[in-house]
Design a protein around this ligand. Sequence first.
Ligand code: UDX
Ligand code: ADP
Length: 484
Amino acid sequence: MTLKIACIGAGYVGGPTMAMIAHKCKDIEVTVLDINEERIAAWNSDKLPIYEPGLEEVVFACRGKTLFFSTECEKKVAEADIVFISVNTPTKTRGVGAGYAADMTYWEGAARMIAKVSHSPKIIVEKSTVPVKTAQAVERVLSNNVLNDGARFDILSNPEFLAEGTAIKDLENPDRVIIGGRQTPSGLKAIQTLKDVYAQWVPEEQILTSNLWSSELAKLAANAFLAQRISSINSISALCEKTGADVSEIAKCIGADSRIGPKFLNASVGFGGSCFQKDILNMVYICKGLGLEEIARYWESVVTINNLQKRRFVDIVISSLFNTVRGKKIAILGFAFKKDTGDTRETPAIDVCNGLLDEGADLAVYDPQVTEERMKTDLSLDKFEWDHPYTQRKAKEVEDHIECCDSVYKACEGAHAVCILTEWDEFKTLDLKKIYDSMVKPAFIFDGRNVVDGKHAKEVGFVFYGLGKPLDPFLTDPSSPCSP
Ligand code: UDX
Ligand code: ADP
């Protein structure tokens, strides 16, 4: 009999992960489910709802054969042997734990639905990131709501470590797969069943098994460690600007130590994405609930430094532009939270743009993947509302002060300054002379991702700020002349 997998939630995690399972396992029927009809329609169309290099090839190769997208959630869950839950777990915006705790509304809804429709044994897999001990809550919801005698559930934790932009590569060739479960005969059997799925393409020694709580916490801890590295190098970037050291040189020097390693040491205007901040704040909330106040404060400081980095960038732009940006056109190059994705969740661009808008700037934004509607919605939402698709507010004065451009050169025309907020490859090869000639003088570049050749920019005539690089004398002493 063909093994049937259903995945509740056709988002950034559920969609690509299930596509890879369907792609690699020809003997498994995989159905990805969502209550959002528009999203499912997009997954069934030529234009997939998310941009991810290599995703189209994988989906188009197995859609309609081993991979299906559907809104028939109850029917497909009832038929499945393994049910992945991959719904959103946004940070709560109100009530107890607001701003820190994960909102488990969508999760609980999915668990109750599973209990209602199941009439056969199933393995339930936590795929999206959840607070530690979620499995216990899911077990309780399931066991107290089951309607049919034949239903029985084993809960597994199988956190996803894919990074956006490299999701397909990460899924095809993961550093490791973690499967946590109850250490009981039936829990161990469930672990083995899921292990057999991954073993179809992942070497066995890279499939790590553990107890449920280790697996749940490993995901939060991994994201916290990665984010901590970025905040660490970003804190050093501030020090570099004050001392004349160069953060890229520092990253190279410390990354050469094999105990530290070279990855995740790129100083930036701040980390973004749907996971880092959310997971750290969630961990902070858990620590506080367990009376671990100092540990909560330690991890919260990673987010504090990230917020400081974005604020620092805005302050440098404003002070360099003679302490006022009111009515000045500023080109924003890049809005996505990193290159090769159209995702804007928690992108540092939101805070930087809001900081500049608060000071009265007019922004001309260019991003190769982010739509105008997305940018304008993002800039009119309050913090954390972005991840609550059903509570979005309408755009307000944003309309009057944001222009979305379809080219870098259009965004820069007539601008006083250019801010680079995403490291898109195309920003590495810009015609800086053409941009300079079209701008108001003195013309500034604020490179929040260190993608532009600063030496060349200065030769062209720009006042150039590179994050964590020695400061242009013009920026420390506005009475000094521009570079050339
Ligand atoms: C992250 C984790 O990497 C992944 O394992 C987890 O499953 C989900 O969260 P993602 O958010 O997609 O993935 O992107 P990631 O590549 O980790 O980057 C996150 C943010 O950090 C981006 O804004 C990126 O620009 C920034 N970053 C990353 C830096 O500023 N400097 C770096 O050196 C690396
Ligand atoms: P992630 O980045 O974790 O994949 P997304 O927000 O991209 O998160 O995707 C989560 C998806 O889960 C959304 O498309 C949402 O509509 C869907 N979802 C939430 N609750 C349910 C539910 N009870 N049944 C089916 N789909 C759901």
